[in-house]
Design a binder for this molecule. Structure first.
Ligand SMILES: Cc1cc2nc3c(=O)[nH]c(=O)nc-3n(C[C@H](O)[C@H](O)[C@H](O)COP(=O)(O)OP(=O)(O)OC[C@H]3O[C@@H](n4cnc5c(N)ncnc54)[C@H](O)[C@@H]3O)c2cc1C
Length: 457
């Protein structure tokens, strides 16, 4: 029977689901899969994006782990495609590749002052609080007042972590340096800004409701934002999710804190709607000193238009949570505009001609763009794998498809790769670190430490 030697690049949910789906699929050939991952630990943004105080979502790792633990997929962690292994290598040793490299960069927000000191991308902050090995250990949490720009769930995560008292994060897996940093934060006010109205937000109801449950944090909403137009009223009546969001916000309007009056908590969380970012104000030292926005109003066709009224809120830090963006991979077509690998249902296309590139497939956020939940990467992977199976005629014909060739190649290049046993060692080590403190785990952050623990050195 023919064997498909498949390389998958990226061990996030998209890559792992693709491997699982292929192994379980009805097919007329055997499969041998190698999963290459740039980090020494698998699970992508489930480990390094999903917030530490969302243990239920982090629990998806259990399902992903079961797939890896079956033992029919080889993992090569701490191996970066484009540096440690190249497209030519893959063509020499595999019949096909699926790229599942996700998106880790912040999308840009093109307003004056956005590059000032004290202005950050949400993705970098998320990487810090989730213990990503490739970001600095310390984060400058010196601001009393902070602006968060964006009305999606990442904005909510950033807002919640900034506003929450550090001790309330202690039961989670946050690394020690993150706890220390947040503990010392002098923050009192976090302002969240969205261009559109309460009925147009991209938050999901559960995540929004959670904001209102933070200890010693008052929710502040402003009556002027709730003067709904016809489109908003229709959205609330016709869409269950919008209805629940409206109900949550209306309940907050009855609490002390509305229009900033009557709250007693030591921290406040302000939601500003109909607010288009205009400028980040910068002081003489080049540091963020304020956030200027323009009041907007509905344009009658589902969008917004500016009113010309400018307002300024004094803040010392700005976090933009306006979306993630994919990164190009060496020798792989890339769509610069959308930050994805150009593809038709997961079959990679040449960037200029739209013709299929044989042997190359994509799945997950690098295929579809950085929208959607973990569950969506599963349906995504099904589509990609279906094309991979049906595309047998266009697979590469490798010179040396032997499984031994890959460890030999990596060893020859001096790559310190980690494997599944190594991941188990690191996993156990992290669980062990948490045990004396009654915590589920404490993450190991430095890359060299992760690698040496994994490799049993
Ligand atoms: C802050 C944040 C919070 C989120 N919270 C939730 C939530 O609560 N619930 C939910 O359902 N979804 C949530 N999501 C969405 C979820 O994380 C994504 O849907 C999902 O992770 C996308 O999967 P993916 O495998 O495509 O990408 P990723 O998870 O990003 O995985 C890609 C993997 O590829 C690796 N890689 C990249 N480049 C290379 C290379 N050159 N060589 C080798 N490996 C490489 C990366 O290291 C990474 O491990 C959240 C996302 C973010 C950003």
């Amino acid at each position: 029977m023919t064997t498909l030697r498949l390389a998958i690049v990226g061990a996030g949910p998209a890559g792992i689901y693709a491997a699982d789906i292929l192994l379980k699929a009805e097919r007329s050939f055997d499969v041998s899969i190698d999963l290459f991952e740039h980090l020494p630990a698998p699970y992508g943004l489930v480990r390094y994006g999903v917030a530490p105080d969302h243990p239920r979502i982090k629990g998806v790792i259990t399902a992903l782990r079961e797939v890896l633990d079956r033992g029919d997929i080889r993992i090569f962690g701490n191996v970066e495609f484009g540096r440690d292994i190249t497209l030519d290598d893959l063509k020499r040793h595999y019949n096909a590749v699926i790229f599942a490299t996700g998106a880790v960069r912040d999308a840009t927000l093109d307003i004056p002052g956005i590059d000032a000191e004290g202005s950050y991308g949400a993705a970098d902050f998320v990487s810090w609080f989730d213990g990503h090995p490739d970001v600095p250990r310390t984060w400058p949490l010196t601001a009393q007042s902070v602006a968060v720009v964006g009305n999606g769930n990442v904005a909510l995560d950033v807002t919640r972590i900034l506003a929450k008292h550090a001790d309330d994060l202690l039961p989670t897996e946050i690394p020690a340096n993150v706890y220390e940093g947040l503990k010392a934060s002098p923050v009192t006010d976090v302002h969240v800004f969205g261009r559109r109205g309460p009925a147009q937000v991209k938050f999901t109801p559960l995540e929004l409701r959670e904001l209102g449950e933070l200890r010693d944090v008052d929710m502040v909403v402003y009556d002027e934002d709730f003067d709904y137009d016809e489109a908003s009223r229709t959205a609330i009546e016709s869409n269950k999710q919008v209805k629940v969001i409206d109900r949550v916000l209306q309940e907050w309007r009855t609490r002390p804190g509305v229009n900033n009056a009557g709250g007693t908590a030591s921290r406040r969380l302000h939601l500003h709607f109909w607010a288009r970012p205009v400028e980040v104000k910068v002081d003489d030292e080049g540091h963020v000193s304020g956030f200027v926005y323009e009041r907007t109003r509905p344009d009658g066709v589902g969008g917004v238009t500016g009113t010309g009224e400018l307002r300024e809120v004094p803040v010392q830090a700005v976090y933009r949570a306006v979306g993630y963006f994919g990164s190009p991979l060496p020798e792989v077509p890339f769509d610069e505009r959308h930050g994805v690998i150009p593809n038709h249902e997961g079959q990679v296309l040449h960037a200029d001609s739209n013709e299929l590139v044989p042997g190359m497939y994509a799945t997950g956020w690098i295929k579809r763009g950085p929208v959607g939940l973990i569950g969506h990467t599963k349906s995504d992977a099904m589509e990609t794998v279906r094309h991979l199976i049906n595309g047998q005629g266009s697979w590469w014909q490798p010179e040396d498809p032997s499984e031994d060739a890959i460890p030999a190649l990596l060893a020859e290049r001096g790559v310190q790769w980690t494997d599944l046993d190594g991941w188990h060692r690191l996993d156990q080590h992290e669980i062990g670190l948490g045990e004396p403190e009654g915590r589920a785990r404490i993450k190991v952050v430095p890359r060299d430490e992760m690698v040496s623990i994994s490799r049993g050195e």
